[in-house]
Design a protein around this ligand. Structure first.
Ligand code: GLU
Length: 295
């Protein structure tokens, strides 16, 4: 395997837009600058949110920009066995437990313990179904959660954002690995696939940065290596909010891929008419130095 293996891992819930192209281009440039391998992985575990054919649309958009996976594209919806094996391993090692709580149960438990949940913040799971706490207490199992290790504090270095820490225990709690609707959670699928594909460097948008600590804990629980992390700047829309499928970002205009690529290059502080891929690569190399150093 090449020393450097990177990836772009879009969820096909909508077409690529200017924001997602930044992450795609950055991950491609980083892989090329290191003489590494660049992969595309379609993250369609949340099948109900993925309109049919959107995966192909994204692959076509990438190809129009000259971004083509070095190895066959992988679809998460076809990798159930791999995720089940990882969950079984976590259960065997005492790192995962079944949870019977509905959203209402969680809200009620939080209220009872006097924890006010701020609006838009995810509820920190109060640990109701933890084996040592109470377990299922006769409730049917709905989902599977990771039993966080003590302490829940994680530290890592982001190549662009610098040293980071998060206390997963107080900010997130035991998080979901398999959802009540039977679908695999993003955290489990992404960690299993990054390891299965030998990914050494994760380069993705800054909106995903706050998943990193959870993913590091999951990697440790599964005995998997932790890659180096780089979270790229977000593209803001006219309203100053992050450009996203949810706030109506326009799909990439495939009639002018060069224009789209130049705009993406600019978001990455690369000179917009970088001239040639080689020139773009030389600018990229000095930007967020390559490191594999994990604290
Ligand atoms: N599938 C995720 C998304 O499109 C990205 C996952 C990742 O890069 O870790 O938001």
């Amino acid at each position: 395997m090449a020393a450097y293996r990177g990836r772009f891992a879009p969820s096909p819930t909508g077409p690529l837009h200017a924001g997602s192209l930044v992450a795609a281009l950055a991950s491609w440039l980083d892989a090329r600058a290191q003489g590494g391998v660049w992969l595309v992985r379609i993250e369609d575990v949340d099948t109900p949110r993925c309109p049919p054919g959107m995966d192909e649309t994204i692959l076509q958009q990438l190809a129009a920009c000259g971004l083509v996976s070095d190895e066959p594209v992988v679809w998460q919806s076809q990798r159930d066995d791999l995720y089940q094996r990882a969950l079984d391993q976590l259960i065997e090692r005492g790192h995962a437990y079944p949870c019977g709580c509905s959203r209402k149960d969680i809200e009620a438990a939080l209220q009872a313990q006097g924890t006010q949940r701020e609006r838009h913040h995810i509820a920190v799971y109060p640990g109701t179904c933890r084996p040592g706490r109470g377990g299922l207490q006769g409730k049917p199992a709905r989902a599977w959660r990771l039993q966080l290790p003590e302490p829940g504090e994680v530290a890592w270095i982001d190549r662009r954002l610098g040293p980071q820490t998060q206390n997963v225990a107080t900010e997130v709690g035991d998080f979901i690995l398999k959802r009540a609707d039977g679908l695999w959670a993003y955290q489990l699928a992404v960690v299993v696939d990054d390891a299965a594909q030998g990914i050494t460097h994760v380069v993705r948008g800054e909106d995903l940065a706050d998943n990193t600590a959870r993913q590091i804990l999951l990697q440790r629980a599964l005995g998997l290596p932790t890659p180096a992390w780089l979270h790229t700047p977000l593209v803001l829309g006219a309203n100053g909010e992050k450009l996203s499928k949810q706030n109506g970002a326009q799909p990439l205009d495939l009639s002018d891929p060069l224009h789209a690529l130049n705009a993406a290059a600019q978001s990455l502080s690369l000179p917009s008419q970088a001239g040639s891929p080689a020139a773009a690569l030389s600018h990229w190399t000095g930007l967020w130095p390559h490191t594999t150093q994990i604290p």
